[in-house]
Design a protein around this ligand. Structure first.
Ligand code: ADP
Length: 518
């Protein structure tokens, strides 16, 4: 069968593995050190805030339902995963691991977690909703993908893996059911979900010793109980093989046969019609991903540079253009409140509004770490015909970064480059306001601000917060009302515009920005 042809709806070689296969092998002896990735769980009735409607999926831990905010000002839909407490009895650390991992990650191809509620019987995770379905269902319908289509999907997931691995997080349960399409659009962003088995490991060479995963996708070293992040690359290699051929590479009537084939790395290659129909580059990448020796297996970052990805179906708009760059170079945070609020707002932006920026971010991030360095930005600018000295570029990054660091993370890049009209509109501002108004009083108090800053890992003194309120003429005792909140952003935009004139005369010097920071 030729590349890109479809096998129709009933693909006999693909079956959805039962959950037993995927979870029986779990062993939870590993203790999670999640000091730095704690999540705030709201002990409140979720029904007060969301209408939880129909089921859109179910997994080992519980059902996932589509939900709508009861707040009429919030038009966005959500996915709520409700986990019965009885299911997590004694396995709280497993759940904490999922939440902890999701809390620290910031990437366009990883599902966003908004908030977590707890009631007597359940833990509810409020997540970004993916409406495009999962990759497994799409694969069953399509039969197989052509190389261009597959390259686009695998490239995005590799990008997410490269980022996760650089943070020392290994997903460990990569399978097509855990890859979702954000929307039904043909070029929809793909999102990695289900961090139930993800494990934060301490160093690159610290190997894990717990057999987990789903039989088709499990790496040989996982079966031998000695594995690290490269087990994700193996699983993604299996997925790539399935997308291109419509068949799992390691198959068998029982798990035991599948495992035997995995351990001997025996899968249909030369001589099989599906394999022969693929390009040389596809053969090369698959062989490198399905290398049974983890130490010789290609890394996520090297795989992203493989020439097969030149086939990827992509849009033309990946190069940073002058308009986007002009927004980036103007970005400066006039105070901490604006900065934290922007972070919250970006979490709620619509996929269609940021898809071009996501492409640009991935393109600029040549080292695939999820963080833009000055030299990566310089190189990207050269491609766009903009030549700047390194010092200027470093200053631009420092001004736009959340921690005034020397690298720009994904959210900070989007916050800096997104059209302000999309960000500073009443709907998005309201969503950010609601995040600060923890006790739902309709006003944000100094205590609320301090708490939200703390949750975001930022220690801020009340004195500093009072100073910010003073600038905007807000009475501390009355708190910040929604109108005040909107005014803060209007004033921030005005301040940035007035800085621009200084900026364009003197260049983006640090002193200009510092004099405006609180
Ligand atoms: P579990 O961890 O319990 O196995 P998953 O996270 O895998 O559960 O979710 C189960 C199913 O619910 C998924 O296969 C998918 O179909 C659906 N689902 C999960 N998260 C989302 C989401 N954010 N948007 C839309 N559907 C989702």
């Amino acid at each position: 069968m030729g590349v890109g042809t479809c096998c129709g709806k009933h693909n006999r070689d693909l079956k959805r593995p039962s959950r037993r296969e995927s979870t029986d092998t779990m062993h939870l002896a590993e203790k999670l050190n999640n000091r730095d990735s704690k999540i705030h769980i709201k002990s409140d009735n979720i029904q007060k805030y969301y209408d939880v409607e129909w089921e859109i999926g179910s997994g080992h831990f519980g059902k996932v339902k589509r939900a709508f905010s009861k707040d009429v000002k919030i038009s966005q839909d959500f996915a709520i995963k409700s986990i019965p407490k009885s299911k997590i009895k004694g396995r709280v650390e497993l759940l904490q691991r999922e939440l902890g991992s999701l809390m620290v990650v910031d990437h366009p191809n990883i599902i966003r977690l908004y908030e977590v509620y707890e009631d007597k019987h359940y833990i509810h995770l409020v997540m970004e909703l993916c409406t495009g379905g999962d990759l497994f269902t799409q694969l069953l319908e399509k039969g197989r993908y052509n190389e261009g289509e597959a390259a686009r999907i695998i490239y995005s997931i590799l990008h997410a893996l490269s980022y996760l691995h650089s943070l020392h997080i290994v997903h460990r349960d990569l399978k097509p059911e855990n890859i979702m399409f954000a929307t039904h659009d043909a070029n929809a962003e793909v999102k990695l979900i289900d961090f139930g088995l993800a494990k934060k490991f301490i160093t690159e060479d610290c190997l894990l010793h717990t057999p987990v995963g789903t039989s088709y996708y499990v790496a040989p070293e996982v079966l031998q109980n000695n594995y690290g992040p490269s087990c994700d690359i193996w699983s993604l290699g299996v997925i790539l093989y399935m997308l291109l051929t419509g068949k799992p590479p390691f198959n068998g009537r029982s798990d035991l046969t599948i495992f035997k084939n995995i351990l001997s790395c025996s899968y249909p290659k030369e001589g099989s019609s599906e394999w022969e129909s693929l390009s040389e580059d596809a053969h090369d990448l698959l062989t490198k991903m399905l290398n049974s020796a983890p130490q010789h297996r290609i890394t996520a970052s090297d795989a992203l540079n493989h020439r097969w990805f030149e086939k990827r179906n992509h849009k033309d708009s990946r190069v940073i253009d002058k308009i986007i760059f002009s927004r980036l170079k103007k970005q400066v945070y006039t105070n901490q409140l604006v900065k934290e609020s922007m972070k919250l707002m970006i979490k709620y932006t619509k996929e269609e509004d940021i898809s071009q920026l996501n492409d640009i971010f991935r393109e600029l991030d040549q080292e695939h770490t999820g963080l833009l360095t000055p030299s990566e930005l310089k190189e990207g600018l050269i491609k766009a015909g903009i030549s700047l000295d390194m010092e200027t570029i470093e200053n631009i990054i420092r001004n736009a970064a959340y921690d005034e660091g020397d690298k720009l993370d994904y959210t900070a890049f989007i916050a800096a480059t997104l059209d302000r009209k999309l960000l500073h509109n009443k709907d998005t501002l309201w969503l950010a306001f609601k995040q600060f108004d923890i006790d739902n009083t309709g006003t944000i108090s100094i205590e609320n601000l301090k708490e939200v800053f703390n949750r975001g890992g930022k220690k801020i003194r009340k004195k500093e917060l009072r100073k910010i309120l003073e600038i905007y003429g807000i009475d501390e005792n009355k708190g910040i009302k929604f109108e005040n909140f909107c005014n803060i952003f209007q004033k921030n935009d005005e301040d940035i515009s007035s800085l621009e004139s200084v900026y364009s005369r003197r260049g983006p010097e640090k002193s200009v920005m510092d004099s405006n920071r609180v």
